[in-house]
Design a protein around this ligand. Structure first.
Ligand code: SAH
Ligand code: SF4
Length: 340
């Protein structure tokens, strides 16, 4: 992977100035130049497997929260996860992201077995990323020792009051402690936030960017908050895609070396949302390789795209979408540039 050590992150005061006074088009152009200097014209791929929509948590924003009784709950067990991974590996993917609700059915022993199995069937040539919520320090350590490489845990919002409200009593402090534990265990660390949460203050977006920078993230994922009809935030407004693009660009300037996905949520609020994020500094795409029948029950938000496509079809579609942007899909493992 091409790297350029001369690219410097924007300072706190530069970010503040751009956040309040910058022109979105100019910020995005700057961010695109930084992205090309550090990451080239490649867009890394990560295959997403949504392996369980059971969740013991009750986050106010989320469609699969425990109080939503309208969800058809499912789990993908070890053998089906392995078969999905085998297909993805054959299609060329070299990173697999396993995401779920906080589902206690999956014991430590079972999850560690899943991780070890994936490493084995991919001859240790693929990275395993987990995104299964808050666990103890010891549990994170065991998952790392089983072979998991990376972990995604968004802080969701840097505003402690709002965080506690939207996460139904779970605190920002708790989330940040979990991120520290993940780092201490040895994971490449991913976090991020939602754009346009109801109850945000004018400065919240800037605080989100500054917190992401302070955490020195290897991966930073953001996307628009999308109100879900069966949640307490059902009546909230939808922020325009431009706001997410502006935040993507600022995030890129704050973290030139981080891997930044153009997220499905962006593609769900605007037909070209992911392209707009790529143009504003994102360098990762996440084809969803969850089988269609499960995928359509993993609705964190409404309007999720590509519900009836297979993972392999997703890759073809993404490749077509990148061509007009002069970007190429990159099938390499794409480890953190901090640890590479
Ligand atoms: N249970 C894990 C992983 C699944 S949720 C966790 O909570 O970390 C993955 C991400 O989906 C969350 O971090 C959140 O940022 C995003 N998400 C959930 N509901 C959403 C909504 N209504 N709109 C946009 N993003 C949402
Ligand atoms: Fe569960 Fe994650 Fe949804 Fe919260 S955001 S309810 S932890 S799946």
């Amino acid at each position: 992977m091409m790297t350029n050590t001369r690219v410097k992150a924007a300072s706190r005061s530069e970010l503040q100035d751009l956040y309040y006074h910058g022109d979105t088009k100019e910020i995005a152009e700057k961010a695109r130049a930084v992205t090309e200097a550090v990451h080239g014209k490649q867009v890394l791929l990560r295959g997403l497997v949504e392996f369980s929509n059971h969740c013991s948590m009750n986050c106010l924003y989320c469609g699969i929260r425990s109080a939503n009784k309208k969800v058809r709950r499912y789990r993908l067990y070890m053998e089906s996860i392995f078969s999905i991974i085998k297909t993805g590996f054959k299609a060329g993917l070299r990173t697999f992201v396993l995401q779920s609700g906080e589902d206690n059915w999956f014991t430590q022993e079972y999850l560690c077995g899943v991780v070890r199995g994936i490493k084995k069937i991919t001859n240790n040539e693929a990275a395993v990323t987990l995104s299964c919520g808050i666990k103890s320090r010891k549990e994170y350590q065991q998952l790392f020792e089983a072979g998991a490489d990376r972990y995604l845990l968004r802080f969701e919002t840097a505003d402690p009051r709002l965080h506690k409200y939207i996460r139904n009593g779970s605190t920002l402090e708790e989330r940040l402690r979990a991120l520290e534990n993940l780092r201490a265990a040895g994971f490449q660390l991913g976090s991020g936030f939602m754009v346009g949460l109801p109850g945000e203050e004018a400065e919240t977006g800037l605080e989100n960017i500054l917190l992401a920078q302070k955490l020195n993230l290897d991966m930073a994922g953001i996307g628009p908050f999308i109100p879900h009809q069966n949640t307490p935030l059902a009546g909230s407004g939808q922020s325009p895609i431009e706001k997410t693009v502006r935040m993507t660009a600022l995030l890129r300037l704050a973290l030139p070396y981080a891997h930044l996905p153009a997220t499905t949520a962006a593609g769900s609020v605007h037909p070209e949302g992911r392209e707009m994020m790529i143009q504003g500094g994102a360098n990762v795409l996440m084809p969803n390789i969850t089988p269609p029948e499960a995928k359509s029950s993993y609705l964190l938000y409404p309007g999720k795209i590509c519900l009836d496509e297979s993972g392999v079809q997703c890759i073809g579609c993404l490749s077509t979408r990148m061509k007009p942007l002069d970007r190429k899909l990159d099938f390499s493992i794409g480890h953190s540039l901090h640890t590479a």
